[in-house]
Design a protein. Structure first.
Length: 255
């Protein structure tokens, strides 16, 4: 009899939900959440739900996740860095997470952020910021060297569109990613049994904010596009995974 593989999603929020929806026909989904209401919602979708909160202070009561030893893979989608990668002390929160995972041996993913790169006008690759030097990534690699680190650009898609936000610096180039492409990257890496990879998960086209907003409002754009700015390169991901973006250009994320 066909036995479904088991996938754990720690921190099943907006992105975690999208990943679960994409993979639920291939994996039995085990999700964590911080609220009772979400536990009910997950059960109604056929997921196994665990309520857990990773507090910022050490939790002496934190137990190992009962499901962990049965899971084939775990995706950690809980923020362990400050906004834009700001280095704020989260050591206790991280310890709580490590305790929860126990001595997991399977495939492991940590969603990080392109905020780990400096605010400089240049194109960044993964080599510019080795994971061992990033506090919010190295903490998990020390215990789980098999972890794949996914540095996600600005999460977009659905109602998350630039035209819905009040923004400044409209000529600034964007580093965005559509959630559907994140799901595809994870699906491909699960199938490939990828281990210990660090990837920038970012759409390869970098228009400026005004271009994106105009496209989403169906307005023409007649400004100049600067080629100077802070951009994050997905070349390593494209090459190593032979990856093709469904949404390569943030101007068309709404279509």
């Amino acid at each position: 009899m066909f036995k479904m593989k088991k996938l754990g999603i720690i921190g099943c929020g907006w992105l975690g939900n999208k990943i679960a929806e994409r993979l639920s026909n291939q994996y039995d989904i085990y999700a964590t959440t911080t609220t009772e209401a979400k536990v009910e919602e997950f059960h109604s979708k056929g997921y196994h739900a665990t309520m857990v909160n990773f507090a910022n202070e050490l939790d002496a009561e934190m137990k190992e996740w009962e499901a962990a030893s049965d899971l084939d893979a775990i995706i950690i989608s809980v923020p362990f860095s400050g906004i834009r990668g700001a280095q704020i002390p989260m050591n206790d929160k991280r310890e709580n997470l490590l305790k929860f995972i126990g001595d997991f041996k399977g495939q492991l993913f940590l969603t990080s952020s392109t905020g780990v790169y400096a605010q400089e006008e240049k194109e960044f690759t993964e080599d510019d910021q080795p994971a061992k030097d990033v506090e919010s990534e190295s903490f998990i690699l020390e215990k789980f060297p098999q972890t794949n680190i996914l540095r996600l650009a600005g999460l977009m898609g659905d109602q998350r569109l630039l035209k819905n936000y009040d923004l400044s610096n409209l000529n600034q180039l964007v580093n965005h990613i559509h959630y559907a492409d994140i799901c595809s990257v994870i699906e491909k890496m699960l199938n490939n049994q990828s281990q210990s990879k660090v990837y920038n998960v970012v759409a390869p086209v970098h228009p400026n904010k005004q271009e994106v907003i105009n496209a989403q409002k169906d307005l023409p754009y007649d400004g100049e596009r600067t080629t100077v700015g802070r951009t994050i390169s997905p070349v390593k991901l494209i090459k190593e995974l032979d990856f093709k973006f469904q949404y390569p250009d943030p101007r068309y994320f709404h279509l």
